[in-house]
Write a protein that binds this ligand. Structure first.
Ligand code: DOR
Ligand code: ZN
Length: 370
C-alpha cells in the first residue's frame, strides 16, 4: 500500500448553487474523496456566476453545509466587477480569480481585452489569477502577465502550440504556471466516436479534445506542466445527448487511477505525480497544510472504470470500460478516515473552507462525528 499526501484539485465545477441536478457540494466532494482528493478549488461559473461578495457568501453557505472535503471557492471576472478594492478582504476570501477569455460554458466570457485590464491591474498580485485562454488568446494572456508583472496560471492547456509558448514564456521569466487535465493527456479527438456512442454531445469539452500530436506534445513537455487538474465538469447524460449539448467531462474519480496507470507504465514518475497533484497546487494557490491528512493507494490493483460505481451525480464518464492500474483504498482527512474501500464516510459539513484558516488550525471534530 502506497501512502501519498491528500491530493489537491485546483479546478472543479461543483454546480452549486444553480444546477444541483448535475452536481452539488455533497456529491462533488464525495467524488473528490473517492478519487483521492482532500481539497478542491471550485470554479465560479455557477448560475448565477460568483462575481460579488454576496454571491461568494451564498456559495460558501452551501459549501459549509454540504462539503465532505476541504475546499475554497473562486470568484469570477465579469465586465463590471474589476474594482476589487471593496471590500478589501474579498479577494483573500476566495481561492483566486478566474477569467474566462475563450469559448466556455456559462456567461463569464470576456472577449474584449479592455475588459481584462481592470482585473489584471486590480486583483492583488500576491493572490491566484487563473485564465481560460486557448491558442492565440493564450499569447495575449501571457503578454498581460508580462506587462502587469503578475503571476498567471493557465487552466487546462491542451495543444502543442500552447505548451511550447508556455515553455518559452517561462524561459523568459514571465511569471506563468499551468495545468493539464487527464482527459487531454489520455484522450484525443480520435477517441470521440468511441466516447459518443452515436451521441456526439458526449465528446464536447472545452478546450476540445486535440490531435494525437497535441497529446504527445503534452507528454513530451511534462516538465513545463505545474499541475494536473481535472476540470471536473459534470452535465447529465440527458443534457449531453440533447439539442444543445453543454461541454464538459466529469473527472474527479478517474484522474488518479489514469495517472497511476501512467506511472505503472513508466510514462510518469510517482514524484512528478505528487509534485503536480500536491506540492505545486499548494504553492501556486497558497493553500495551508492539511494536518494528519493522507491517502492510501493500492498501486497494483487492476480494475475497470464504471460510471455506475461513481459518486458524481452526472452518472457517466468518457473513460467507461477503461482498464486502469492503481486504486484509492483509504483517505484520511484531519485524522479521520473519510473513505474506505469504495465507501465515502465523511458527512456533509465535514469540509473546511481553507481560506478561513483559523477554522483549520482548530481540528476539533464536528458534532456529527461524536
Ligand atoms: O468543457 C468545459 N466545461 N469547459 C469549460 O470551460 C467549462 C466547463 C463547464 O463548466 O461545464
Ligand atoms: Zn473548467
Amino acid at each position: 500500500m502506497l501512502k501519498l499526501p491528500g491530493l489537491i484539485d485546483p479546478h472543479v465545477h461543483v454546480r452549486d448553487p444553480g444546477a444541483t441536478h448535475k452536481e452539488d457540494w455533497t456529491t462533488a466532494t464525495a467524488a473528490a474523496l473517492a478519487g483521492g482528493f482532500t481539497l478542491i478549488l471550485a470554479m465560479p461559473n455557477t448560475t448565477p456566476p460568483i462575481t460579488s461578495a454576496a454571491r461568494l457568501d451564498e456559495a460558501l453557505e452551501a459549501a459549509y453545509a454540504k462539503a465532505r472535503c476541504d475546499y475554497a471557492q473562486f470568484l469570477g471576472a465579469g465586465p463590471h466587477n474589476g474594482g476589487w478594492f471593496f471590500p478589501a478582504d474579498l479577494p483573500y476570501r476566495a481561492a483566486g480569480l478566474k477569467m474566462y477569455l475563450d469559448s466556455t460554458y456559462g456567461d463569464l466570457r470576456l472577449d474584449e481585452m479592455t475588459l481584462w485590464e481592470p482585473h489584471f491591474r486590480n486583483w492583488p498580485r500576491d493572490w491566484p489569477l487563473v485564465v481560460h485562454a486557448e491558442k492565440r488568446t493564450l499569447a495575449a494572456a501571457l503578454l498581460f502577465a508580462a506587462l502587469y508583472e503578475r503571476p498567471v496560471h493557465i487552466a487546462h492547456v491542451s495543444r502543442a502550440e500552447e505548451i511550447l509558448l508556455i515553455r518559452r514564456a517561462k524561459e523568459k521569466g514571465i511569471p506563468v504556471t499551468c495545468e493539464v487535465t487527464p482527459h487531454h493527456l489520455f484522450l484525443s479527438a480520435e477517441d470521440i466516436p468511441a466516447i459518443a456512442h452515436g451521441h456526439p454531445g458526449r465528446g464536447e469539452v472545452r478546450p476540445r479534445l486535440a490531435t494525437p500530436t497535441d497529446v504527445q506534445a503534452l507528454w513530451d513537455n511534462l516538465d513545463v506542466i505545474d499541475c494536473f487538474a481535472t476540470d471536473h465538469a459534470p452535465h447529465t447524460l440527458e443534457e449531453k445527448d440533447g439539442e444543445d449539448p453543454p461541454p464538459g467531462f466529469p473527472g474527479l474519480e478517474t484522474a488518479l487511477p489514469l495517472l497511476l496507470t501512467a506511472v505503472s507504465e513508466g510514462r510518469l514518475t510517482l514524484d512528478a505525480l505528487v509534485e503536480k497533484m500536491y506540492h505545486n497546487p499548494r504553492r501556486i494557490f497558497r493553500l495551508p497544510e492539511q494536518v494528519q491528512t493522507w491517502i492510501e493507494v493500492d498501486e497494483a490493483a487492476r480494475w475497470e472504470i464504471r460510471a455506475s460505481e461513481q459518486y458524481t451525480k452526472c452518472n457517466w464518464t468518457p473513460f467507461e470500460g477503461r482498464q486502469v492500474t492503481g486504486r484509492v483504498r483509504c483517505v484520511v482527512l484531519r485524522g479521520r478516515e473519510v473513505f474506505r474501500d469504495g465507501e465515502v464516510v465523511a458527512p456533509p459539513g465535514f469540509g473546511y473552507n481553507l481560506r478561513e484558516t483559523e477554522t483549520y488550525e482548530d481540528p476539533e471534530p464536528l458534532e456529527c462525528w461524536l
